[in-house]
Design a binder for this molecule. Structure first.
Ligand SMILES: *Cc1c(COP(=O)(O)O)cnc(C)c1O
Length: 357
């Protein structure tokens, strides 16, 4: 008998935040950290029928990369675009890792780091966090001579905590020079703390740091799947060999380019986020729900000191059409994550949660 032979991959596949609840209409989705204000009106005003979709898109995303390099004052030749930063993570894992290599990750971190690392056969080693904050000391203690990469998101998802400029620099300094440090800047725009800077602004010229950026969060283009990576030219050159030729579609390239030109939209989004972060935080404090300080566009909610359990609250909110993220796939007990939504959504969320409690 012939039997197909293929690998069994020992991982849990990614489970996205829920986006449907039976037949309930007018859902409020606060489960995936998407943009609260939609996307820029500059993007809305693009004339779709002028965009040529019968031809393959530009494989190298030249126009988009030019705009990125202008907006973020960084080197055009050190940028590579992907179908979400997700795909950049995948390509990095393909480039750096083989069987028996090790990757060190904070215990609570974006699930795609562990998924792509394991797919290429690497061993994932988790470094404990301290009070839900990445611990530089614990990362360093997990390094062996097999370690090839360390991933961190700053601010971190799902914990909502961050490392200061000083802490990030210490991490890089203490890591062996031949280990790649990947810093995921997915939420950097929301961070206005004085002791914080994005990975890109700290490490623009580093030889062993790679930066991830996305259009899925503050730019509100999650459904188009666009992100980018920034790093040393020699790494970028190899990634271009791995990259599927037409990975970022034409609409995504055009929309992403346009979205970068609207600084006003980004500023409005940040202001909205700061206003609602304060409101959320003081509400959670009042209700004995422990949460992180404001750093990104979401909060991790710990129900250990609340009279109701996370799961009970999750289910009750779902009955009202409000979706939060269960933290079970992150192996976090009695916790939920909530994204800051539009003013209307936030008011409904607070009103309903208040009622449940
Ligand atoms: C949401 C998120 C991303 C974005 O992924 P895309 O593939 O660009 O949509 C990346 N990193 C982290 C930590 C995130 O939370």
């Amino acid at each position: 008998m012939n039997q197909l032979k293929f690998r069994k991959i020992n991982i849990d596949s990614y489970k996205p935040g829920k986006s449907k609840l039976g037949n309930i209409k007018n859902l409020i989705k606060l489960s995936a950290n998407e943009s609260a204000l939609g996307f820029s009106s500059k993007v809305k005003n693009i004339k779709n029928n002028k965009i040529k979709i019968d031809k393959y898109p530009d494989s190298k995303c030249k126009i988009l990369r030019k705009q990125i390099s202008k907006t973020y004052k960084c080197n055009l030749d050190k940028i590579i675009c992907g179908a979400g930063s997700d795909e950049i993570i995948q390509m990095l894992c393909q480039l750096f890792l083989t069987k028996n290599d090790e990757v060190v990750l904070p215990e609570y971190s974006f699930l795609m780091y562990r998924i792509y690392s394991k797919i290429v056969g690497a061993k994932v080693v988790f470094a404990k966090e301290e009070n839900f904050k990445i611990s530089v000391k614990n990362i360093i203690s997990k390094i062996t001579n097999k370690t090839k990469m360390v991933f961190i998101a700053n601010p971190n998802n799902p914990t909502g905590t961050y490392l200061s400029i000083k802490e990030v620099k210490i991490l890089r300094k203490k890591l062996n020079k031949n280990i790649l440090l990947v810093i995921d800047d997915a939420y950097f725009e929301y961070m206005k703390k004085k002791d914080y800077q994005s990975g890109l602004s700290i490490f623009k010229n580093a030889k062993n740091v790679f930066i991830l950026r996305t259009f899925s969060k503050i730019y509100g283009l999650a459904s188009l799947r666009v992100g980018w990576g920034y790093g040393p030219k020699n790494i970028i050159n190899e990634l271009y060999k791995i990259k599927p030729p037409f990975n970022v579609n034409k609409l995504a390239q055009v929309y992403a380019t346009e979205s970068l030109k609207d600084k006003n939209f980004v500023n409005r989004s940040v202001k909205h986020n700061q206003y609602w972060s304060r409101k959320f935080k003081s509400f959670f404090d009042k209700k004995n729900i422990i949460s992180n300080e404001t750093s990104a566009n979401f909060f991790l909610l710990n129900f250990d000191f609340c009279k109701l359990s996370a799961n009970y609250v999750l289910k009750k909110l779902e009955k009202k059409g409000i979706i939060l993220r269960s933290m079970e796939s992150y192996k976090m007990k009695n916790k939920l994550r909530v994204t800051i939504g539009s003013s209307k959504e936030n008011n409904k969320f607070i009103k309903n949660l208040d009622h449940i409690l």
